[in-house]
Design a protein around this ligand. Structure first.
Ligand SMILES: *Cc1c(COP(=O)(O)O)cnc(C)c1O
Length: 405
């Protein structure tokens, strides 16, 4: 081990952490609204929001106030007791969605795990038909637990984790024939993201979504939508399925649900209620008084300030500005997305561009090797968008110029 390695890479050999994250060498120490500061006093415009988590920006006042109050009152009691905040958070979610019942957990993977378990238990205990299989799509991302990485349609998350749990099939997106062929008398559900976010910011075609919904109805399958990244106002509606005129039987939330406090939720229709009878599923930390205080404040703020609508307007403005400022750059293949979940597909890998952006004070991420992913908070201003677009245009221009030289 050399001193140089440990200095330039604090998470390298000298770290007490497992090296499972390839970390950037920036230490962020403070956040406010759209801005972050590092320990050297550098300021960054945040167009990644902790990967679609801080949808209200950093340290939003109303959530902070509610959390501070709750810190003074009560932190944790166990789900063996009634938890008024949990009831209130659930009723806010059901009042503002097509769902009738909520299960709270701590992350997106756990929410999807709960969805998979609810689908199986509904078929096995209510319908008594023994169905268990879940069909998902290639390039999807559903989490890192064994079941959810098996559901995920990307080989890289499965590498080295064999054997995988049985009961999952991945089929190509937008291939209705392949989907029909995959359905058997053991199929319990189809699980889908409406924008494949980690998979390259790929919005699913409305016609395909409607065909999937129709297939579910025809075959008695449950439709599970993974809204872990697309939910909570991100795409210009509170939940992305509102764009498509369909209702899922089950959908999942996490990331933006509590403004950065770790939390997730699995929501379902009333007819699924009895499938999760007492004792069938649970979580120590799911829906604690403090987590649900953060959820309540996040949803109330989002509705009061009409943030889904703002995401819709600012997303349109961001796409428009990108189209204008990146026009004619051959390196740029496509600009796409929904609301403030936007991808810029490039001809080559974009990981260097992320570093160049950081050097110029802009934080963004990738979605697969060739796609830049932009996820500003939902209060983002036009001035901040202009600033970000100008940095992105410079970074791509310079990169293309270096390549030519
Ligand atoms: C991030 C993400 C997950 C996993 O959420 P975790 O909180 O990391 O477990 C699942 N599905 C989608 C669509 C995601 O974007």
């Amino acid at each position: 081990m050399t001193g140089v390695i440990s200095m330039s890479n604090p998470a390298g050999q000298s770290s007490s952490l497992f090296p499972n994250y390839a970390r950037y060498s920036i230490n962020l120490v403070k956040g406010q609204g759209s801005w972050l500061w590092d320990d050297q006093g550098n300021k960054y415009l945040d167009f990644m929001s902790g990967i679609a988590v801080t949808n209200l920006g950093h340290a939003p006042e109303k959530v902070k106030a509610k959390l501070k109050n709750q810190l003074d009152e009560l932190w944790h009691v166990s789900n063996l007791f009634q938890i008024p905040n949990q009831e209130k958070a659930a009723s806010l979610l059901t009042a503002n969605s097509c769902a009738d019942a909520v299960f709270f957990c701590n992350s997106g993977a756990e929410a999807n795990e709960a969805a998979i378990k609810l689908a199986r238990r509904y078929h096995q205990k209510i319908q008594n038909n023994g169905r268990f299989e879940i069909i998902t799509f290639i390039q999807s991302f559903h989490g890192r637990t064994l079941a959810t990485l098996t559901a995920t349609g990307q080989d890289k998350v499965k590498d080295g984790f064999l054997p995988l749990p049985a009961g999952f099939k991945n089929v190509p997106l937008h291939d209705l024939d392949a989907l029909k062929a995959a359905i058997t008398d053991k199929t319990a559900a189809i699980m889908l993201e409406l924008v494949l976010a980690e998979g390259g910011v790929l919005p699913v075609e409305a016609e395909f979504v409607q065909a999937v919904k129709a297939l579910c109805e025809e075959h008695g399958l449950l439709l599970i939508l993974d809204e872990v990244q697309t939910g909570m106002g991100r795409t210009g509606k509170l939940f992305a399925h509102e764009h498509y005129g369909i209702e899922p039987d089950i959908f999942t939330l996490a990331k933006g649900i509590a403004s950065g406090f770790p939390a997730g939720a699995m929501l379902g229709k009333a007819f699924l209620r009895d499938a999760f009878s007492a004792g069938s599923h649970g979580s120590t930390f799911g829906g604690t008084p403090i987590a649900t205080a953060a959820i309540i404040a996040t949803i109330e703020t989002m509705l009061e300030d009409q943030l889904p609508q703002r995401a819709d307007e600012m997303g349109a403005y961001l796409q428009e500005q990108l189209a204008e400022k990146l026009a004619g750059i051959p390196h740029v293949k496509a600009i796409r997305g929904l609301g403030l979940l936007i991808g810029i597909e490039c001809a080559e890998p974009v990981s260097d561009l992320v570093i160049e952006g950081q050097k110029r004070g802009l934080l963004f991420i990738t979605a697969g090797p060739n796609v830049i992913r932009l996820l500003p908070n939902l209060y983002v201003s036009k001035e901040e968008i202009d600033q970000a677009v100008s940095i992105i245009a410079d970074v791509i221009h310079d990169h293309t110029a270096i390549k030519k030289a």
